[in-house]
Write a protein that binds this ligand. Structure first.
Ligand code: C2E
Ligand code: MG
Ligand code: MG
Ligand code: MG
Length: 287
């Protein structure tokens, strides 16, 4: 209580606020430098098909190896990039690098990239993606953009028209962290969505709570009836994978199948060696 604790506390509070602001500003300048020197990195986490658990693609996840702080979480620097106008540059770097990486993968594997709501509202966005696909040579149908429900809170019409334009190029659209935003079900019938990614908070509670299991099963069923694919995020246990398979979920992502890695090719090669009968992958690896 400010009054009871006296002016001393107020001064201390002000100092703490100031320090937090200074830290933020410093971090922002360091992020600018990281972008200028191209020192952000991309990690790739596999997505596997539920049916046979083979890799069907990778999600690109941005990493910032920070000289002082070790690794800063994207949960921290993505919002900073969004509010400081750096998100466009960051996304361009992540997209370019990950498209280049995906060119080396078997051609049936897709690349998923997270796109901030901030960018989806901008007119240039569709052109930027088209330009990056063109310059890297990655076919549009191998790219999937991951968006969050937050994007539809404002400017729905505009965002939908941008997504339609992307779909017309051949790019796919996935709704990320599904179930954590507003009026999820309402959007499903109206949006140009190819895939739902069921948020890891639902996956974590699977088998522990009947109501939660019912929600997951219902969402998968609803998506299926709308022709939308489903991926479960944050699958960590065999029991979760089995429950998800049983309700008809199409694909999985999570530590059970692979952590984000800087060397996705090693993972692809390892899988290929484990199943030498899979000729298609071998051929595309040697070509
Ligand atoms: P996301 O897109 O939902 O990505 C999945 C997050 O879950 C990743 O966290 C991943 O490392 C983590 N994860 C994967 N499997 C498991 C698991 O089995 N258990 C648990 N507990 N976690 C798992 P990460 O890499 O820390 O990224 C956090 C978020 O930051 C992402 O969530 C995404 O929203 C955002 N992000 C990351 N890279 C980018 C980027 O390049 N651009 C934008 N706009 N956002 C990004
Ligand atoms: Mg994502
Ligand atoms: Mg997610
Ligand atoms: Mg998330």
């Amino acid at each position: 209580d400010a009054k009871a604790s006296g002016p001393g506390h107020y001064v201390q509070f002000k100092q703490e606020l100031q320090t937090a602001q200074d830290d933020r500003f410093l971090l922002q300048r360091e992020l600018e430098t990281a972008l200028e020197t191209n020192s952000l990195e991309v990690a790739f986490q596999p997505l596997v098909r539920a049916e046979d658990r083979r890799i069907i693609g990778f999600e690109a996840l941005c990493r910032w190896p920070h000289p002082r702080l070790g690794s800063v979480s994207p949960a921290e620097f993505i919002p900073l990039a969004e509010t400081s106008g750096l998100i466009g540059q960051l996304t361009e770097q992540v997209l370019t690098r990950s498209c280049q990486a995906a060119l080396h993968w078997p051609s049936e594997m897709r690349l998923a990239v997270n796109i901030s709501p901030v960018l989806l509202r901008s007119e240039d966005f569709v052109h930027d993606i088209a330009r990056i696909l063109q310059s890297t040579g990655l076919p549009a149908d191998r790219l999937e953009v991951e968006i969050t429900e937050g994007v539809f809170v404002y400017d729905t019409t505009r965002v939908v028209s941008h997504l339609d334009a992307l779909r017309a190029l051949g790019v796919r659209v996935a709704m990320d962290d599904f179930g954590t935003g507003y009026s999820s079900l309402n959007y499903l019938t109206r949006l140009p969505i190819n895939k739902l990614k069921i948020d890891k908070s639902f996956v974590a509670r699977l088998g522990e709570n009947k109501a939660n299991d019912a929600v997951v099963s219902c969402v998968v069923g609803l998506a299926k009836s709308l022709g939308i694919r489903t991926t479960a995020e944050g699958v960590e246990t065999e029991a979760q994978a089995e429950l998800l398979s049983a309700v008809g979920c199409d694909s999985f992502q999570g530590y059970l199948f692979g952590r984000p890695t800087s060397d996705p090719m090693a993972m692809i090669v390892a899988e290929c060696k484990a199943t030498p009968k899979h000729r298609a992958v071998e051929q595309s690896l040697s070509s």
